[in-house]
Design a protein around this ligand. Structure first.
Ligand code: FO1
Length: 337
């Protein structure tokens, strides 16, 4: 039987986790020619998306696509390896786009292809599929929705000191490095959005559902906010297991701590688990994976009915990522009634 694994994922952490999961399923369910018989569906956050220089940019889908295709810039965590920036230098001269948000030449190839297909009327889910057909990535990439849902951040207005102003997430994140305290996050377009075709069906047919160690607020949180999605997860047969993006009270990379404090959640493996909620209290989680450094919280969480395992959580390389993905998969499959 082919096992069907659904992963909710954001950008860099999601990409590394999916690369590890693909490797682990290749080892566990070999298909005889180097791949696996497992089916992996990634439901990806698109709240970071933006229109820029007339092009539609989808950072989390691209981080995952490039990483699984092996053409990503491993160090930066986004964009293409061997990139050049001739066009973005020209755009800067014309003051087109955001000078603090670099669109590399190879990356622009992807954005131009995507935008031309969108202009032909293709939905984002079809565009994501077409882009991923260029490489044998072994994972089905689904945007959380085909509708435009963009995260904006409300920050104190440094001008008058009284009001607040709204920034696109990318400006808050890349221009200001999340240094401006966020009053709240607003997903514009959320109310009228719907899960992309295939998303609810994937959740219904999943044998395991995993929350990647992505930003719990603006990545996983945005996916869960899409109307109908959370309820479908709660109704799913598969057990939902999350991997903590926080180790020993600190983010592994990115600035999830700035996001968590904005919603009043402590930056800890324990607090994020409570934020997602324990299944028997009406929350999402049937299981949680924390780092060895947080093994004390594993005991506390198990005591409140959330099976929690402690293991090394740093995704240093393919083997460590595969081991983490395997542990999450075991916890999800193992707890099937
Ligand atoms: N992040 C930066 O810090 N600086 C950039 O100039 C930048 C450009 C960029 C272009 C395309 C893309 O897909 C991602 C890009 N990112 C950049 C990363 C991006 O902010 C993150 O991938 C996510 O949006 C946050 O998780």
């Amino acid at each position: 039987m082919t096992v069907h694994i659904v992963v909710l994922a954001g950008g860099v952490g999601g990409a590394r986790f999916l690369r590890g999961l693909r490797e682990e399923t290749r080892r566990r369910y070999p298909d005889g020619n180097g791949n696996s018989t497992a089916r992996i569906t990634a439901i990806v956050n698109t709240g970071d998306d933006a229109w820029l220089a007339g092009l539609r940019i989808t950072p989390d889908l691209d981080s995952i696509l490039y990483t699984l295709a092996g053409v990503n810039d491993e160090g930066r965590g986004w964009g293409r390896v061997g990139e050049s920036e001739r066009v973005s230098a020209e755009l800067r001269e014309y003051n087109v786009g955001w000078p603090w948000f670099t669109l590399g030449d190879l990356d622009l190839g992807t954005h131009i292809a995507r935008t031309s297909w969108l202009r032909e009327g293709l939905p984002l889910s079809a565009v994501a599929r077409r882009l991923s057909e260029r490489w044998p990535i072994g994972v089905e990439l689904l945007p959380m929705t085909d509708d435009e849902v963009e995260t904006h951040v409300e920050v104190a207005d440094d001008g008058t000191g009284t009001g607040t102003r709204l920034l696109h997430f990318q400006e808050w994140w890349t221009r200001f490095r999340a240094a401006l305290p966020a009053v709240r996050f607003i997903q514009q377009g959320l109310e009228t959005s719907a899960p992309a075709p295939g998303v609810l069906e994937a959740i219904d047919s999943a044998d395991a559902i995993l929350l990647a160690p992505s930003n719990p607020v603006v990545s996983i949180g945005t996916i869960l906010a899409i109307p109908g999605l959370r309820d479908r997860l709660l109704a799913a047969d598969a057990h939902v297991v999350g991997v903590s993006p926080i180790i020993a009270g600190a983010v592994v990379r990115g600035m999830a701590d700035a996001c968590l404090s904005a919603i009043g959640v402590q930056t800890s493996a324990y607090a994020v688990a409570r934020h997602y909620g324990v299944r028997e209290d009406g929350g999402l989680l049937d299981g949680w994976i924390v780092d060895d450094a947080d093994s004390a919280s594993a005991g506390e969480l198990s005591a409140i009915g959330l099976p929690t395992e402690a293991r090394p959580l740093l995704m240093r390389d393919l083997d460590s990522s595969a081991a983490i993905a395997g542990a999450a998969l075991d916890l999800s499959l193992g707890r099937r009634l």
